[in-house]
Design a protein around this ligand. Sequence first.
Ligand SMILES: Nc1ncnc2c1ncn2[C@@H]1O[C@H](COP(=O)(O)OP(=O)(O)OP(=O)(O)O)[C@@H](O)[C@H]1O
Ligand SMILES: [Mg+2]
Length: 311
Amino acid sequence: MLILEVHHLQKSYWEKGQALQAVRDLSLRVSAGEILAFLGPNGAGKTTSIKMMAGLVMPDSGWVRIGGRNPHQQPEALRLLGAVLEGNRNIYWRLTCRENLEYFGVLRGLSARQASQRAELLLERFELTQKRQTIVQSLSRGMQQKLAIAVALMHQPPLLLLDEPTLGLDVEATESVKRLIREIATEGCAIVLTTHQLAIAEELSNRVAIMHRGEVLLEEPTDALIQQFSTGSYRIEMSDTIDAPRCSKLERLGVVVEGDRQLFVADPGQLYEALAILKPLPLLRIETDQATLKEVFLTLVRQNQDSIKLN
Ligand SMILES: Nc1ncnc2c1ncn2[C@@H]1O[C@H](COP(=O)(O)OP(=O)(O)OP(=O)(O)O)[C@@H](O)[C@H]1O
Ligand SMILES: [Mg+2]
Protein backbone atom coordinates (compact mmCIF):
# COMPACT_ATOMS: atom_id res chain seq x y z
CA MET A 1 0.00 0.00 0.00
CA LEU A 2 1.40 3.36 -1.04
CA ILE A 3 1.82 5.67 1.98
CA LEU A 4 4.06 8.53 0.87
CA GLU A 5 4.09 10.12 -2.54
CA VAL A 6 6.42 13.03 -3.30
CA HIS A 7 5.94 14.67 -6.67
CA HIS A 8 8.53 16.96 -8.27
CA LEU A 9 9.27 19.00 -5.15
CA GLN A 10 11.34 22.15 -5.51
CA LYS A 11 12.60 24.56 -2.89
CA SER A 12 14.91 27.56 -3.10
CA TYR A 13 16.23 29.69 -0.28
CA TRP A 14 17.33 33.29 -0.66
CA GLU A 15 20.83 33.96 0.52
CA LYS A 16 22.45 37.38 0.15
CA GLY A 17 20.10 38.29 -2.68
CA GLN A 18 20.78 35.04 -4.55
CA ALA A 19 18.51 32.03 -4.92
CA LEU A 20 19.98 28.78 -3.65
CA GLN A 21 18.21 25.73 -5.02
CA ALA A 22 18.19 23.40 -2.00
CA VAL A 23 15.86 20.90 -3.71
CA ARG A 24 15.69 21.01 -7.51
CA ASP A 25 13.49 18.05 -8.31
CA LEU A 26 12.47 15.33 -5.90
CA SER A 27 9.99 12.54 -6.56
CA LEU A 28 9.65 9.48 -4.32
CA ARG A 29 7.14 6.82 -3.33
CA VAL A 30 7.27 4.75 -0.17
CA SER A 31 4.91 1.89 0.70
CA ALA A 32 3.82 0.36 4.01
CA GLY A 33 6.57 -1.69 5.66
CA GLU A 34 9.28 -0.25 3.46
CA ILE A 35 12.46 1.48 4.66
CA LEU A 36 13.82 4.01 2.19
CA ALA A 37 17.39 5.14 2.89
CA PHE A 38 17.52 8.75 1.76
CA LEU A 39 21.21 9.47 1.29
CA GLY A 40 23.41 12.28 0.06
CA PRO A 41 26.45 14.36 0.99
CA ASN A 42 26.21 17.36 3.34
CA GLY A 43 24.03 20.06 1.85
CA ALA A 44 22.41 17.71 -0.70
CA GLY A 45 18.94 18.82 0.38
CA LYS A 46 17.84 15.85 2.53
CA THR A 47 16.66 17.75 5.61
CA THR A 48 14.88 20.35 3.47
CA SER A 49 13.11 17.49 1.67
CA ILE A 50 12.16 15.73 4.91
CA LYS A 51 10.78 19.02 6.26
CA MET A 52 8.67 19.43 3.12
CA MET A 53 7.39 15.85 3.52
CA ALA A 54 6.51 16.65 7.16
CA GLY A 55 4.60 19.78 6.14
CA LEU A 56 7.08 22.05 7.97
CA VAL A 57 8.56 23.77 4.92
CA MET A 58 6.36 24.91 2.05
CA PRO A 59 7.64 23.76 -1.36
CA ASP A 60 7.94 26.31 -4.19
CA SER A 61 6.36 23.72 -6.45
CA GLY A 62 5.41 20.06 -6.45
CA TRP A 63 3.33 18.25 -3.84
CA VAL A 64 3.38 15.66 -1.08
CA ARG A 65 0.65 13.11 -0.28
CA ILE A 66 0.60 11.04 2.88
CA GLY A 67 -2.10 8.38 2.73
CA GLY A 68 -3.54 10.40 -0.15
CA ARG A 69 -3.64 13.68 1.85
CA ASN A 70 -1.58 16.80 1.31
CA PRO A 71 0.17 17.92 4.53
CA HIS A 72 0.42 21.50 3.24
CA GLN A 73 -3.33 21.79 2.67
CA GLN A 74 -5.03 19.14 4.81
CA PRO A 75 -3.99 19.30 8.49
CA GLU A 76 -5.37 15.76 9.08
CA ALA A 77 -2.43 14.50 6.99
CA LEU A 78 -0.17 15.43 9.91
CA ARG A 79 -1.87 12.75 12.06
CA LEU A 80 -0.56 10.18 9.58
CA LEU A 81 3.09 10.95 10.16
CA GLY A 82 5.70 10.99 12.88
CA ALA A 83 8.95 12.89 12.35
CA VAL A 84 12.24 12.98 14.21
CA LEU A 85 14.38 15.78 12.83
CA GLU A 86 18.01 16.62 13.53
CA GLY A 87 18.58 17.50 17.19
CA ASN A 88 15.45 15.90 18.72
CA ARG A 89 13.42 19.05 18.41
CA ASN A 90 10.18 17.09 18.76
CA ILE A 91 10.57 16.70 22.54
CA TYR A 92 10.43 19.15 25.45
CA TRP A 93 13.65 19.17 27.47
CA ARG A 94 12.01 20.31 30.71
CA LEU A 95 9.31 17.64 30.73
CA THR A 96 9.77 14.03 31.85
CA CYS A 97 9.72 11.10 29.42
CA ARG A 98 6.18 10.19 30.38
CA GLU A 99 4.93 13.79 30.20
CA ASN A 100 6.42 14.19 26.72
CA LEU A 101 4.76 11.02 25.47
CA GLU A 102 1.38 11.89 26.94
CA TYR A 103 1.49 15.53 25.86
CA PHE A 104 2.28 14.72 22.24
CA GLY A 105 -0.14 11.79 22.22
CA VAL A 106 -3.03 14.04 23.25
CA LEU A 107 -1.88 16.74 20.82
CA ARG A 108 -2.22 14.21 17.99
CA GLY A 109 -5.69 13.11 18.92
CA LEU A 110 -5.44 10.42 21.63
CA SER A 111 -7.65 10.62 24.73
CA ALA A 112 -5.82 11.14 28.05
CA ARG A 113 -6.46 7.49 28.92
CA GLN A 114 -5.21 6.19 25.55
CA ALA A 115 -2.15 8.43 25.79
CA SER A 116 -1.34 7.14 29.26
CA GLN A 117 -1.66 3.49 28.20
CA ARG A 118 0.33 3.94 25.02
CA ALA A 119 3.04 5.91 26.88
CA GLU A 120 3.57 2.98 29.28
CA LEU A 121 3.75 0.55 26.35
CA LEU A 122 6.31 2.64 24.49
CA LEU A 123 8.40 3.32 27.61
CA GLU A 124 8.71 -0.42 28.06
CA ARG A 125 9.40 -1.14 24.42
CA PHE A 126 12.08 1.55 24.22
CA GLU A 127 13.65 0.41 27.52
CA LEU A 128 12.86 3.73 29.21
CA THR A 129 10.52 2.55 31.97
CA GLN A 130 13.15 3.26 34.63
CA LYS A 131 13.42 6.84 33.31
CA ARG A 132 9.71 7.58 32.98
CA GLN A 133 9.87 10.36 35.64
CA THR A 134 13.23 11.78 34.53
CA ILE A 135 13.32 15.09 32.71
CA VAL A 136 14.68 14.86 29.17
CA GLN A 137 17.60 17.17 29.93
CA SER A 138 19.06 14.57 32.30
CA LEU A 139 18.84 11.66 29.86
CA SER A 140 21.80 10.37 27.87
CA ARG A 141 21.83 11.23 24.18
CA GLY A 142 20.87 7.68 23.18
CA MET A 143 17.91 7.75 25.57
CA GLN A 144 16.82 11.14 24.25
CA GLN A 145 16.96 9.77 20.73
CA LYS A 146 14.90 6.73 21.65
CA LEU A 147 12.36 8.96 23.40
CA ALA A 148 12.17 11.22 20.34
CA ILE A 149 11.29 8.19 18.20
CA ALA A 150 8.80 6.94 20.80
CA VAL A 151 7.09 10.38 20.85
CA ALA A 152 6.82 10.29 17.04
CA LEU A 153 5.12 6.89 17.29
CA MET A 154 2.57 7.76 20.01
CA HIS A 155 -0.35 8.08 17.58
CA GLN A 156 0.72 5.00 15.56
CA PRO A 157 1.34 6.87 12.30
CA PRO A 158 1.71 4.87 9.07
CA LEU A 159 4.71 7.04 8.09
CA LEU A 160 7.86 7.77 10.09
CA LEU A 161 10.44 10.31 8.91
CA LEU A 162 13.84 9.94 10.60
CA ASP A 163 16.60 12.46 9.98
CA GLU A 164 19.91 10.99 11.18
CA PRO A 165 18.43 8.93 14.03
CA THR A 166 21.76 7.35 15.06
CA LEU A 167 23.92 10.49 14.94
CA GLY A 168 26.34 10.56 17.89
CA LEU A 169 25.05 7.36 19.50
CA ASP A 170 27.36 4.72 20.96
CA VAL A 171 27.46 1.17 19.60
CA GLU A 172 24.84 -0.22 21.95
CA ALA A 173 22.36 2.65 21.54
CA THR A 174 22.85 2.46 17.75
CA GLU A 175 22.06 -1.27 17.79
CA SER A 176 18.97 -0.67 19.86
CA VAL A 177 17.70 2.15 17.60
CA LYS A 178 18.38 -0.07 14.56
CA ARG A 179 16.42 -2.93 16.08
CA LEU A 180 13.49 -0.61 16.82
CA ILE A 181 13.47 0.82 13.29
CA ARG A 182 13.44 -2.69 11.86
CA GLU A 183 10.59 -3.77 14.14
CA ILE A 184 8.51 -0.69 13.39
CA ALA A 185 8.84 -1.36 9.65
CA THR A 186 7.90 -5.02 10.14
CA GLU A 187 4.72 -3.81 11.82
CA GLY A 188 3.83 -2.00 8.59
CA CYS A 189 5.12 1.54 9.08
CA ALA A 190 6.67 3.22 6.02
CA ILE A 191 10.02 4.75 6.99
CA VAL A 192 12.20 7.38 5.35
CA LEU A 193 15.65 7.39 6.92
CA THR A 194 18.50 9.79 6.28
CA THR A 195 21.93 8.84 7.57
CA HIS A 196 25.60 9.31 6.79
CA GLN A 197 26.31 5.90 8.31
CA LEU A 198 26.06 3.93 5.10
CA ALA A 199 26.55 0.54 6.73
CA ILE A 200 23.36 1.22 8.71
CA ALA A 201 21.52 2.27 5.56
CA GLU A 202 22.72 -0.91 3.86
CA GLU A 203 21.56 -3.09 6.74
CA LEU A 204 18.15 -1.51 7.23
CA SER A 205 16.85 -0.30 3.90
CA ASN A 206 14.85 -2.01 1.20
CA ARG A 207 15.47 0.84 -1.18
CA VAL A 208 18.00 3.62 -1.54
CA ALA A 209 17.60 7.11 -3.00
CA ILE A 210 20.81 9.07 -3.43
CA MET A 211 20.49 12.82 -3.57
CA HIS A 212 23.13 15.26 -4.74
CA ARG A 213 22.80 19.01 -5.18
CA GLY A 214 19.05 18.92 -4.76
CA GLU A 215 18.38 16.09 -7.22
CA VAL A 216 17.94 12.35 -6.93
CA LEU A 217 20.81 10.69 -8.79
CA LEU A 218 19.39 7.24 -8.42
CA GLU A 219 16.67 5.29 -6.67
CA GLU A 220 16.84 1.50 -6.54
CA PRO A 221 16.29 -1.54 -4.35
CA THR A 222 19.30 -1.80 -2.02
CA ASP A 223 20.16 -5.42 -2.95
CA ALA A 224 19.95 -4.77 -6.69
CA LEU A 225 22.10 -1.66 -6.40
CA ILE A 226 24.84 -3.47 -4.49
CA GLN A 227 24.65 -6.41 -6.90
CA GLN A 228 24.99 -4.05 -9.84
CA PHE A 229 28.25 -2.68 -8.42
CA SER A 230 29.58 -6.07 -7.33
CA THR A 231 31.88 -7.94 -9.67
CA GLY A 232 30.55 -11.45 -9.04
CA SER A 233 34.11 -12.64 -8.50
CA TYR A 234 35.29 -14.77 -5.55
CA ARG A 235 37.94 -14.22 -2.92
CA ILE A 236 39.38 -17.42 -1.41
CA GLU A 237 41.45 -17.45 1.73
CA MET A 238 43.48 -20.50 2.77
CA SER A 239 44.53 -21.46 6.31
CA ASP A 240 47.97 -22.38 5.07
CA THR A 241 50.39 -21.25 2.37
CA ILE A 242 49.80 -22.46 -1.19
CA ASP A 243 52.77 -24.37 -2.63
CA ALA A 244 54.58 -23.15 -5.74
CA PRO A 245 53.31 -25.86 -8.20
CA ARG A 246 49.71 -25.09 -7.23
CA CYS A 247 50.37 -21.35 -7.52
CA SER A 248 51.58 -21.71 -11.09
CA LYS A 249 48.65 -23.97 -12.04
CA LEU A 250 46.24 -21.39 -10.60
CA GLU A 251 47.96 -18.54 -12.40
CA ARG A 252 47.76 -20.46 -15.69
CA LEU A 253 44.01 -20.66 -15.09
CA GLY A 254 43.91 -16.86 -14.75
CA VAL A 255 43.43 -16.81 -10.98
CA VAL A 256 45.29 -14.03 -9.17
CA VAL A 257 47.28 -15.25 -6.16
CA GLU A 258 47.77 -12.47 -3.60
CA GLY A 259 50.41 -13.10 -0.93
CA ASP A 260 50.67 -16.83 -0.36
CA ARG A 261 47.23 -17.49 1.10
CA GLN A 262 44.72 -15.45 -0.87
CA LEU A 263 43.22 -16.00 -4.31
CA PHE A 264 41.05 -13.84 -6.46
CA VAL A 265 38.88 -15.67 -9.01
CA ALA A 266 37.60 -12.99 -11.40
CA ASP A 267 35.62 -15.39 -13.60
CA PRO A 268 32.97 -17.05 -11.37
CA GLY A 269 32.86 -20.02 -13.80
CA GLN A 270 36.40 -20.96 -12.74
CA LEU A 271 35.67 -21.31 -9.03
CA TYR A 272 35.42 -25.12 -9.01
CA GLU A 273 38.50 -25.56 -11.24
CA ALA A 274 40.44 -23.40 -8.78
CA LEU A 275 39.08 -25.43 -5.84
CA ALA A 276 40.10 -28.69 -7.58
CA ILE A 277 43.68 -27.40 -7.81
CA LEU A 278 43.63 -26.37 -4.14
CA LYS A 279 42.21 -29.70 -2.89
CA PRO A 280 42.97 -30.97 -0.18
CA LEU A 281 44.55 -27.83 1.34
CA PRO A 282 42.45 -26.43 4.20
CA LEU A 283 40.23 -23.48 3.30
CA LEU A 284 39.67 -20.57 5.70
CA ARG A 285 36.87 -18.79 3.80
CA ILE A 286 35.34 -18.16 0.39
CA GLU A 287 33.39 -15.01 -0.20
CA THR A 288 31.84 -13.25 -3.16
CA ASP A 289 33.43 -9.89 -3.78
CA GLN A 290 30.42 -7.73 -2.83
CA ALA A 291 30.41 -3.96 -3.17
CA THR A 292 29.30 -2.01 -0.11
CA LEU A 293 26.77 0.80 -0.17
CA LYS A 294 29.62 3.12 0.80
CA GLU A 295 31.54 2.24 -2.39
CA VAL A 296 28.41 2.62 -4.53
CA PHE A 297 27.63 5.98 -2.92
CA LEU A 298 31.14 7.37 -3.40
CA THR A 299 31.31 6.18 -7.00
CA LEU A 300 28.00 7.79 -7.90
CA VAL A 301 28.63 11.08 -6.14
CA ARG A 302 32.11 11.39 -7.68
CA GLN A 303 30.81 10.56 -11.16
CA ASN A 304 28.20 13.25 -10.75
CA GLN A 305 30.76 15.80 -9.57
CA ASP A 306 32.93 15.00 -12.62
CA SER A 307 30.00 15.39 -14.99
CA ILE A 308 29.12 18.77 -13.42
CA LYS A 309 32.75 19.91 -13.91
CA LEU A 310 32.71 18.76 -17.58
CA ASN A 311 29.53 20.70 -18.31
N1 LIG B 1 16.55 27.76 6.35
C1 LIG B 1 17.47 27.85 5.39
N2 LIG B 1 17.82 29.05 4.86
C2 LIG B 1 18.73 29.15 3.88
N3 LIG B 1 19.37 28.10 3.34
C3 LIG B 1 19.06 26.87 3.81
C4 LIG B 1 18.11 26.68 4.87
N4 LIG B 1 18.03 25.36 5.14
C5 LIG B 1 18.88 24.74 4.30
N5 LIG B 1 19.51 25.64 3.51
C6 LIG B 1 20.50 25.34 2.46
O1 LIG B 1 19.95 24.32 1.61
C7 LIG B 1 20.93 23.39 1.23
C8 LIG B 1 20.47 22.01 1.62
O2 LIG B 1 20.46 21.89 3.04
P1 LIG B 1 19.90 20.62 3.82
O3 LIG B 1 19.94 20.94 5.26
O4 LIG B 1 18.59 20.24 3.24
O5 LIG B 1 20.99 19.52 3.45
P2 LIG B 1 21.23 18.06 4.01
O6 LIG B 1 21.24 17.14 2.84
O7 LIG B 1 20.24 17.75 5.09
O8 LIG B 1 22.70 18.16 4.61
P3 LIG B 1 23.38 17.44 5.89
O9 LIG B 1 23.80 16.08 5.42
O10 LIG B 1 24.54 18.32 6.18
O11 LIG B 1 22.37 17.39 7.00
C9 LIG B 1 22.23 23.83 1.90
O12 LIG B 1 22.98 24.55 0.96
C10 LIG B 1 21.76 24.72 3.03
O13 LIG B 1 22.72 25.71 3.33
MG1 LIG C 1 20.44 17.30 7.09
